[in-house]
Design a protein around this ligand. Structure first.
Ligand code: SF4
Length: 433
């Protein structure tokens, strides 16, 4: 447990810092924690305190991994939420030991031990996010886009697309339908530079927020700082801006008319403006090795995001990458699981792309770290024209979709989130998590 920074930007010492914070937080509590290195049957002191009259206390050992463990003196007297915190720290230490180097991450992505990876991710999700699955309604309000991403079915040069832009009243009605079905978040999604005057968008968002008391997430591409600020001031709670890959060469190939630097600048601006900020990845794009994907997951971690969407590449026949092989859903699930372990406070959807590529993968994602599902509530007449990739499930009436998702969530042993599913990271930073 050195305090040095690894090549991939992860501080191994973070687990130690959290451990010490927990020790401080325990304060006057009669319980005392020690971190120990475990070799065979021998537990050697690494960090923490020893009570002067240690013999009087019950001693509990928590094995974190093959090499580390926690000793708790007086643990039997601790309240349940303290034990939960200790468990969270233990899991964090476990994750840092198992999945901190790029070699370890790349090996996990190649399928070294899926059972251990998925079980760890599911446990981290249980401790940090609980059992709830949050349902967020997506309304794809415009498929107009100024960009030409090589994989995207609504790229500017794809002439086979019927372009549309829902008017404010249509978007408002779609948001009302979502609210009436019990959705507490609406996600307004469009191409980049959707052709909407900013003022009109701000007015609409204010109206939706006021009338439906829901959270509003916007996913509408790159904007200026001033535009992001105006949207934030109009009440937009969250913003999604996926970077897809952190590898510069691959980014240039996938997004030839976009700037890598500007993408990440925009993400920093969103955080600066206190949006609950989301980003994400495409897995299985041509040229993406396990090492590149490992670096992508590290990049997600270093961005310290509130939401992360991960989906496999699905080739669209009308795009330059239309003849390439699709991404493997199992590899996408491994990326979801690693992201859960490295970013335990992040909301992670079981994405529609996963369900499109491989229907059971959505439920599998719930079992390896995911805690959000985002069904498409775009009115049917527009939905067919928003095809970033082909084959999206068109599951019919919104009520039926909601009921089938609720059934899927229950079948996975989970519960449907009743609140807005705000940022777990922000809640924790405020000390309520
Ligand atoms: S991925 Fe986004 S920015 Fe790129 S072409 Fe598609 S909608 Fe536009």
């Amino acid at each position: 447990m050195s305090g040095s920074k690894t090549a991939n930007g992860i501080f191994i010492s973070e687990g130690l810092i959290r451990f010490r914070a927990l020790c401080r937080w325990l304060g006057e509590n009669p319980a005392t924690l020690q971190l120990a290195e475990v070799r065979g049957k021998r537990w050697s002191f690494l960090d923490g305190d020893l009570p002067p009259d240690a013999d009087r206390f019950d001693l509990c050992r928590i094995r974190i991994s093959d090499s580390f463990g926690l000793l708790i003196y007086g643990g039997a007297r601790l309240p349940a939420d303290t034990i939960r915190n200790i468990r969270a720290v233990a899991l964090r230490l476990y994750a840092f030991e198992r999945y901190h180097s790029q070699d370890q991450l790349a090996a996990a992505l190649a399928g070294k031990d899926d059972a251990a990876l998925f079980t760890s991710a599911d446990t981290v999700r249980e401790v940090f996010c609980g059992r709830e699955v949050h349902l967020r309604a997506i309304i794809e309000f415009s498929n107009i886009c100024r960009r030409d991403c090589m994989y995207c079915g609504i790229r500017r040069q794809h002439r086979g697309v019927t372009r549309y832009r829902m008017n404010p009243e249509e978007i408002y009605r779609a948001a009302r339908a979502a609210a009436e079905l019990g959705y507490r978040t609406v996600v307004l999604q469009s191409g980049d530079e959707c052709g909407y005057p900013l003022g009109e968008l701000c007015t609409l968002i204010r109206r939706i927020k006021k009338d439906f008391s829901c959270a509003v997430t916007l996913s509408s591409g790159e904007k200026t700082f001033s535009e992001y600020r105006q949207l934030r001031e109009s009440g937009t709670d969250r913003y999604l801006l996926k970077f897809e890959t952190s590898d510069r060469a691959l980014y240039r190939m996938l997004k030839p008319d976009s700037s890598y630097a500007q993408r990440f600048r925009c993400i920093r601006w969103l955080k600066q403006l206190h949006y609950q900020t989301g980003s994400g990845l495409l897995t299985g794009v041509p040229g993406q090795t396990d090492r590149i994907l490992a670096r992508d997951v590290c990049c997600l971690r270093s961005l310290d995001l509130d939401m992360v969407g991960i989906g496999p590449f699905i080739p669209h026949p009308g795009t330059p990458l239309g003849k390439e092989d699709p991404g493997d859903s199992l590899r996408a699930l491994r990326a979801v699981a690693l992201t859960r372990i490295l970013c335990p406070d992040t909301h992670l959807p079981a994405t529609t792309a996963l369900a499109t590529r491989d229907a059971p993968a959505r439920e599998q994602a719930l079992r390896c770290g995911a805690n959000v599902i985002m069904p498409d509530l775009t009115p049917a007449r527009y939905r067919q024209h928003y095809q970033i990739y082909p084959g999206k499930p068109q599951k019919g009436a919104p009520l039926g979709v909601r009921k089938s998702l609720e059934a899927l969530i229950r079948a996975a042993g989970r519960t449907v989130g009743k609140d807005r599913g705000e940022s777990i990271r922000m809640r924790r930073e405020r000390g309520n998590g």
